[in-house]
Design a binder for this molecule. Structure first.
Ligand code: 5AD
Ligand code: SF4
Length: 463
């Protein structure tokens, strides 16, 4: 059997897109391999959100040259966000003559033609990018265990001034609700216990459909699906996340209390220059609304009544809000940066992905004045990470002694008879079990915590 190897970079959207790439290749009779030297086709599913990602990918593609030299029949394809960027795609074709195809994100189906070609002459090379078609309703080869990814909206209309995504992923395109609901139902019937809805901005779901559907109504439909499972979603935009979304999450137990709500900065002047279209004050108000509506239902006290449990959860802030933060947007002053630190203290994010600002050609940020020197950006990101580590540790500590419902995701191979899974809020928990309980919901009492990870004892098996 012919073999494929896919290198995936970047976000969960790409992880899922690689599952679609695998689906296409398996349809052509390929099977997976983990070794580049065994592969008949190597696919790079790329990311271009930051310069560091791009440099890493370019380095990796360069290393394939010697494998291709030894085995000229090997096919090499580059897909994903980098290939949607005119300059980067051309650069790949010029710099790496051994690359057979550079395929835009809407052209994954062309992989069939790439593998069918007998040779690698320049006339056979592809470069094709457009935004037509989103590879929906095609075979997907899922590799994510108990969780299944489901796209609900593609593209982005927001044009944050630092971000390349709207240029490489095009305008927002929502999938019809009936397609999403039937995909989710089919996945649950197949036995998946957790569904993660994906979109650059899930809260603008439906805006382009003009049939009255929106994210809250979609969540409501999905929440009604019976049976024991979890539904997560990412990513939310604070300007669009509204009370009706919080209310619908509050209403249906399957909808997880874990919200990825990137704030990017705590300074109003930076937020304005980022074109985020909310203020620090509006963000904090939104956090308050979310926390009032969503105590952590994953938190269970064995005997106490549920109201007491809710009150405690509310007070302890167990609704998990995660953020993305950027250090060093052009013109960010020390005072602006301190506003970000103070906002972090105020919100107490469960986790935060911290990034150094990366200057992306084609975005308004590229030509902004007062680019922040690299040393200053590095200094600042270190502070963001140190502060978040402290908060993460403190929040983990607050879990100790409490009981949480966990969806068991995997075996932890590092320890004997040890399994791991997540709370409804998304915290990773390790615990021992004499039997294999992957895919089950169990209750675990937390004993100790270590930065983001919790350790506990199994209380009951399958509920
Ligand atoms: N530089 C640094 N971080 C960026 N992000 C997007 N563009 C850039 C950039 N040019 C971050 C944002 C976003 C996350 C996916 O990546 O924080 O939320
Ligand atoms: Fe980029 Fe902003 Fe769109 Fe997110 S919302 S993908 S940060 S432009």
């Amino acid at each position: 059997m012919k073999k494929y190897l896919i290198h995936t970079y970047g976000c969960q959207m790409n992880v899922h897109e690689s599952e679609k790439i695998a689906g296409i290749l398996r349809d052509e009779g390929f099977e997976a391999t983990a070794r580049e030297t065994d592969a008949d086709i190597i696919v790079f599913n790329t990311c271009c959100i930051r310069e560091t990602a791009e440099a890493k990918i370019m380095g990796h593609i360069g290393q394939i040259k010697k494998i291709k030299k030894a085995r000229p029949e090997l096919k090499v394809a580059v897909c994903g966000c980098m290939s949607q960027q005119e300059g980067a795609a051309q650069l790949i074709l010029d710099k790496f003559p051994f690359v057979d195809a550079v395929l835009g994100t809407a052209n994954l189906h062309l992989l069939k033609e790439v593998v069918a070609k007998a040779d690698n002459t320049s006339k056979n090379r592809f470069f094709n990018r457009d935004f037509l078609g989103d590879n929906d309703n095609r075979p997907v080869f899922r590799t994510s265990g108990t969780n299944a990814w489901v796209n609900i909206i593609y593209g982005c209309n927001n044009f944050c001034t630092y971000c390349i995504v709207p240029y490489v992923r095009g305008r927002e395109r929502s999938r019809p609700a009936k397609d999403i609901i039937s995909e989710v139902n089919a996945l649950l019937d197949e036995g998946y216990k957790e569904i993660t809805l994906l979109g650059q901005n899930v809260d603008s779901y439906g805006n382009d459909l003009k049939d009255g559907s929106n994210f809250a109504s979609l969540l409501g439909e999905l929440g009604k699906i019976g049976g024991k499972h979890r539904i997560r979603f990412m990513t939310s935009h604070p300007k669009d996340f509204n009370q009706s979304v919080a209310e619908v999450i509050e209403k249906y137990p399957s909808l997880c209390h874990n919200i990825h709500l990137p704030v990017q900065s705590g300074s109003n002047s930076v937020l304005k220059r980022m074109n985020r279209r909310y203020t620090r004050e509006q963000y904090l108000e939104l956090v308050r609304t979310i926390r009032t509506h969503l105590p952590d239902v994953g938190l269970r006290h064995t005997a106490e009544d549920i109201e007491a449990c809710y009150a405690l959860a509310r007070q302890e802030g167990f609704t998990h809000i995660n953020a993305d933060l950027i250090a060093g947007l052009p013109g960010e002053t020390e005072e602006d940066f301190n506003d970000t630190l103070s906002l972090m203290e105020e919100v107490r994010f469960s986790s935060a992905f911290c990034f150094v600002y990366s200057r992306r050609k084609g975005t308004p940020g590229y030509s902004m004045e007062n680019q922040v020197p690299r040393e200053v950006k590095t200094e600042r990101i270190k502070k963001l990470i140190a502060l978040q580590n402290r908060i993460t540790k403190e929040i983990s500590k607050e879990h100790e002694g409490k009981v949480f419902e966990i969806l068991v995701e995997d075996k932890n191979e590092k320890f004997e008879n040890t399994y791991c899974g997540r709370t409804d809020g998304g915290r990773l928990v390790n615990f021992k079990s004499p039997t294999d309980i992957v895919g089950q919901f169990v209750n675990v009492k937390i004993k100790t915590s270590r930065s983001a990870t919790l350790w506990g004892d199994l209380i009951t098996e399958e509920k």
